[in-house]
Design a protein. Structure first.
Length: 264
């Protein structure tokens, strides 16, 4: 039996998922997407944050081009493949649980689509981003036109796809593809160390706040202003009256809570 594409483990209330096909640069075949879908469809109840990382020098080389070539899929077959990717990645983005992606090496094509579904992206300095589809005679199909374009703008995505330009970690950070770049003089931690640190911090937030942050902000961004404000009010009404709000705000009122301070 083939090794699983996804290795899953836990560190207290943090779920750790590892892309486990380094010899194929973690390229995504149908089985890989099915495993991602299965994990994000049934995240154990005690898991508060998920850390997604990859074995090897590269995060993910995108669509398994060999499988696609060998299967010579019809348009309808590939439409179904895309819908499978959309379903799986939507569970990452809108599953209600914060997902942190630790990136290194290639984050290209479908690999960038996968990373774009995560909420926080922590990149090793070796990371590079590209959408080589245009140069391979194909097109994005795993959500980049929606998610990646929203991060970097449709304008920039068109240019990246037409030219096949490769962005390094710092260029990616400037465009929002990475929130942090690690393994540098300024930030010597590894992407995994920082990712885990952020995961632990985020796991300390109220569950409902995290839910609202990861499931409502991007959806509200798709709404007209009137509906957006209405939805924000509803979401806040639920979150602000949650069970542990009194306790957390009481800590502030009683001067026991941390203050917001600039980092040095
Ligand atoms: C693959 C894939 C893949 C590697 N599908 N097998 N994605 C791309 O256009 C990126 C294609 N890959 C590359 O450009 C390079 O492989 C990397 C820059 C990612 C890594 O380079 P390197 O030198 O470390 O590795 P390698 O020698 O190129 O690859 C090692 C093996 O992984 C090799 O197989 P082997 O049997 O010869 O050992 C490669 O064939 C295999 N491999 N990438 C299949 N992508 C829903 S639509 C989404 C559309 C897209 O994602 S298009 C973008 C596709």
């Amino acid at each position: 039996m083939a090794a699983p594409f996804l290795l899953t483990t836990e560190l207290d209330d943090i779920g750790i998922v590892t892309l486990n096909k380094a010899h194929k640069r973690n390229a995504l075949d149908e089985e890989a997407i099915a495993e991602i879908d299965a994990y994000f469809s049934n995240v154990p109840e005690h898991i508060r944050v998920i850390l997604m990382k990859a074995q090897g020098d590269h995060f993910c080389a995108g669509l398994d081009l060999k499988e696609h070539h060998d299967k010579a899929r019809s348009a309808v077959d590939f439409l179904r493949v895309c819908q499978g990717w959309h379903r799986a990645f939507d569970k990452i983005q809108h599953g209600g649980i914060p997902v942190i992606a630790c990136l290194q090496g290639a984050v290209v094509g479908g690999g960038l689509e996968l990373a774009s579904a995560a909420h926080v992206r922590v990149a090793d300095k070796s990371t590079f981003f590209a959408l080589p589809e245009g140069t391979r005679g194909i097109f994005t199909g795993g959500g980049a036109t929606v998610r990646t374009a929203k991060i970097i703008s449709a304008n920039r995505m068109v240019e990246l796809m037409l030219t096949g330009r490769v962005l390094d970690a710092h260029e990616g950070e400037r465009l929002g593809l990475a929130h942090y770049v690690c393994n540098t003089d300024a930030n010597p931690k590894s992407a995994y160390e920082l990712g885990l640190e952020l995961a632990q911090r985020i796991a300390g937030n109220a569950v409902l706040s995290n839910y609202a942050i990861v499931s409502s902000i991007s959806r509200i961004g798709d709404m007209a202003a009137t509906e957006g404000l209405f939805t924000e009010g509803l979401m806040a009404a639920v979150v602000q009256t949650g069970r542990d709000v009194q306790e957390r705000l009481g800590e502030f009122v009683n001067k026991k809570a941390h203050k917001v301070r600039p980092t040095s």
